[in-house]
Design a protein around this ligand. Structure first.
Ligand SMILES: Cc1cc2nc3c(=O)[nH]c(=O)nc-3n(C[C@H](O)[C@H](O)[C@H](O)COP(=O)(O)OP(=O)(O)OC[C@H]3O[C@@H](n4cnc5c(N)ncnc54)[C@H](O)[C@@H]3O)c2cc1C
Length: 464
């Protein structure tokens, strides 16, 4: 008697490297914000690219849909199956080896399931850095970072994940393994195929390994926190800092007063560095600068009234305390009820104009809503979140979701921005993508999908 596809799938991985019991699957079938959940046929934990390939071949011959999953921190439903009980989750968590480091080539070869923080730790032993850094670094995987083209706090200096990938190994939807592992910096031999899989959210194949760029450690970094009341100052500060420090400006993060107040209220052991509250704050880092030079620069900003207060950290404890504020914003919002999250980008010079216009428009629609704006403004990316009013039920608040998000995205289009700067499209923004992208773009994306995955088994229902 022939085995059922379920039994064949189990036999493609090591003993007990699968889960079918729904109560044991919880971490793989719901997301951090509880926005999406699903019911798969099985969760599989392959330990090699060959095992991934074997699973994909079984799925292809039985037309079973596959959901690749990394650390499941994506927050857009990209790594979550539907509720049919027929889809297969392939978790990459056991493909977690760091294969090699080439110090002379400033590159590292890793398996896709490596936790981002583990890569940071490993390369720091060689006085090197891998610059992609997000608040979820302790649980997201490099395969997920590549598949979502993750951004984070260092994009201003180094670019997004796309800029850090030299080579990839990918299991294609027919089970073939494409070996594109290279550490070449220049390669113009035809189409740059790896780019198709970067940011594809698992819809074109499963990344099993990657070669990544490394950089020399930037050395001493000065961390400062600035307080000011006029959002327009952010443009002046960013322009002046970039002009003066160029590529040594490592980070330039904007935090609103409301964001900081939520962190103080909901997260323990927070040390706010100022006695006075300001409407806006910047957390910035500059390398190759002394404490005194930084102090002089900040004093000149105070004199020109572009900032009201500033503090420069004197040690690692103070630095970590500032980063704790920044990294806790998403967690702090979870305690405040519902939130409509918009992860948007505009050219960096337009950030303050965008925030002013958006706040005005949203407060006209729902005056009691609480706007939490923060983000990586150095690269034009803002998390513009609209939180549930204190005096409104969640179900009443939900009635405003459509109009508020439409208002935000329409405004973004007027600024020539993007409705999706980080995190990805997943299921969350699929309809918005169809609405805001041109027919030519959507048709090109569909043609690529159809060519590489004609049976539509690779993460169906995501992006397009
Ligand atoms: C607190 C918090 C802060 C965050 N901050 C940021 C931030 O600053 N910047 C940012 O960009 N994101 C941020 N994120 C979002 C998230 O961490 C990133 O999108 C991350 O890159 C997702 O990685 P993951 O391993 O968790 O992927 P998952 O969530 O598991 O998957 C994401 C998508 O990639 C696909 N995928 C995963 N692994 C593979 C693979 N090996 N091959 C093919 N497809 C795959 C999945 O199918 C899914 O579509 C944050 C999330 C949280 C919870």
């Amino acid at each position: 008697m022939l085995d059922s596809p379920l039994e064949t799938l189990k036999s493609a991985v090591n003993e007990n490297a699968w889960i079918t019991d729904i109560s044991e699957m919880q971490a793989y079938i719901t997301e951090w914000r509880n926005t999406f959940d699903g019911i798969p046929l099985i969760v599989l934990f392959p330990e090699s690219a060959n095992q991934v390939s074997e699973i994909v071949k079984i799925c292809a011959s039985n037309k079973i849909a596959i959901i690749p999953q990394g650390g499941n921190t994506g927050l857009c439903g990209g790594a979550i199956p539907d509720k049919s009980g027929s889809q297969v989750i392939i978790s990459l968590k056991k493909l977690n080896k760091i294969k090699s480091i080439s110090r002379n080539n400033f590159s590292i070869e890793v398996e896709a399931g490596c936790i981002l923080e583990d890569i940071h730790k490993k390369v720091s032993n060689y006085s090197l850095v891998f610059p992609i850094d997000v608040s979820s670094s302790g649980s997201c995987q490099i395969g997920g970072n590549i598949s979502t083209n993750a951004g984070g706090t260092n994009v201003l200096k180094y670019g997004t994940t796309r800029s850090q990938v030299l080579g990839l190994e990918v299991v294609l939807p027919n089970g073939d393994i494409w070996n594109g592992m290279t550490n070449l910096i220049k390669d113009n031999s035809g189409y740059d195929l790896k780019q198709l899989f970067i940011g594809a959210e698992g819809t074109l194949g499963i990344i099993t390994s990657a070669t990544l760029k490394l950089y020399p450690c930037p050395g001493n970094i000065v961390t400062a926190f600035l307080g000011f009341d006029e959002i327009s100052s952010v443009q002046y500060l960013l322009f002046e800092m970039r002009k003066k420090y160029g590529n040594n400006l490592e980070t330039f993060e904007l935090i609103s007063e409301r964001a900081i107040n939520l962190v103080k209220k909901n997260i323990s052991n927070i040390n706010h560095p100022f006695d006075t509250d300001y409407s806006w704050y910047i957390l910035l880092e500059v390398s190759k600068l002394t404490f005194i030079e930084c102090n002089d620069q900040l004093m000149s900003f105070v004199k020109s009234n572009h900032i009201s207060n500033a503090v420069i950290t004197k040690n690692l404890t103070e630095k970590n305390a500032l980063w704790k504020i920044r990294d806790s914003i998403s967690a702090a919002q979870k305690y405040e009820g519902g939130s409509f999250k918009h992860d948007i980008s505009v050219p960096p010079s337009k950030v303050s104009a965008l925030i002013i216009e958006l706040e005005e428009k949203i407060l006209r629609i729902l005056p009691t809503s609480r706007i939490v704006a923060f983000g990586h403004v150095g690269d034009g990316n803002i998390h513009f979140n609209v939180s549930q009013p204190k005096n409104m039920t969640l179900s009443n608040f939900e009635k405003f979701r459509k109009i508020i998000s439409k208002t935000v995205y329409d405004c973004i289009m007027d600024f020539n921005g993007s409705i999706c700067a980080e995190h990805g499209v997943g299921m969350l923004k699929k309809a918005d993508l169809l609405h805001y992208k041109s027919n030519i773009e959507i048709n090109l994306m569909r043609s690529i999908k159809q060519t590489i995955d004609p049976m539509n088994i690779m993460n169906p229902g995501k992006i397009i």
